[in-house]
Design a protein around this ligand. Sequence first.
Ligand SMILES: C[S@@+](CC[C@H](N)C(=O)[O-])C[C@H]1O[C@@H](n2cnc3c(N)ncnc32)[C@H](O)[C@@H]1O
Length: 306
Amino acid sequence: MESYRTAEEMKSNYEDALIYNGEGKIEGDAVTETAFMTARQFAELTHGSFAQRFYQALLEKTNRVDNPPQLIDTPHFMELREQSSRVVLKDLVEKEGVTQIVELGAGFCSTSVDFLTSQDGLKVNKYIENDFEGKVLDVKQQIVNETLGGIPLSFIPGNVLDQSFWDKVEQNLSEGEHTAIFCQGLLQYLSKEQLGQLLGYAKTILASRGGVFFHEDILKYHPELREDPSFTFITQSLKRITDKKALDELMTQEEATQFYESEGFEVSRVPEQAKFSMDLYSENARKGAEELTKANLKMWLLRPKS
Ligand SMILES: C[S@@+](CC[C@H](N)C(=O)[O-])C[C@H]1O[C@@H](n2cnc3c(N)ncnc32)[C@H](O)[C@@H]1O
């Protein structure tokens, strides 16, 4: 297992994405903007049940009604990962007795609320959502408190690369309950070193409780697809917006498997599937959804080796 520099030493992906004005003051951050963009896509290009309500409130509560986020035409990528995560969660709860869930970099995605308000979520005792401290989680927390009382959803803001965030997670989770930690749309922004560090934190939580860390398959692990015009588009858009070098740190599927194993995990895979909201898609997104289905992406499930 490799040893990693601390978050302070290696600089978090957040600091990397900060946008400064001429006087050196922070003007905004490109990583959080991706949460606004996905919120808009979920609301306008998918049939997700809470997506529209969340997005409307996000615009109003952040004074962005006249300054909405960009609409990048990738609802197929989002629906595939989001619906596949829900299938994995359902299985983990039903078949492996998972009762606690931690979602990292949740942004404005409504996976938690959709899951907890469905039959599948009834056995869950605790669902913790994380994202950077600030407006996205604040607004989400307000809406949940105002309209969705009674679901076991709580929020721990923080940087997933900071020990202090994981200390809070540790304090909030019960001992002896199987736990799932997952993220979607986040890992592509982390360098291999940052990912290794994140896995180390997650492993400590899971080792004493039992459970799984999982995430969707990412284009960084499919160098062969990056040359295909149906897929170059999404990476180019994300690079234009976040300017993150980590998006170009490619690994083959075999290399990613070896990496996870060398970090102390057993790797298993689950095929990704979605019922796409085709009637809301553009012509391009419809074609993209067909290509994406052919690519046979598979979720990555990681369990600490015993
Ligand atoms: C592309 S958005 C994905 C949002 C949501 N998970 C989805 O699938 O639509 C990436 C999210 O990860 C969050 N994020 C990125 N780096 C993070 C970090 N180091 N710690 C916590 N959150 C982070 C961003 O703020 C943003 O909300």
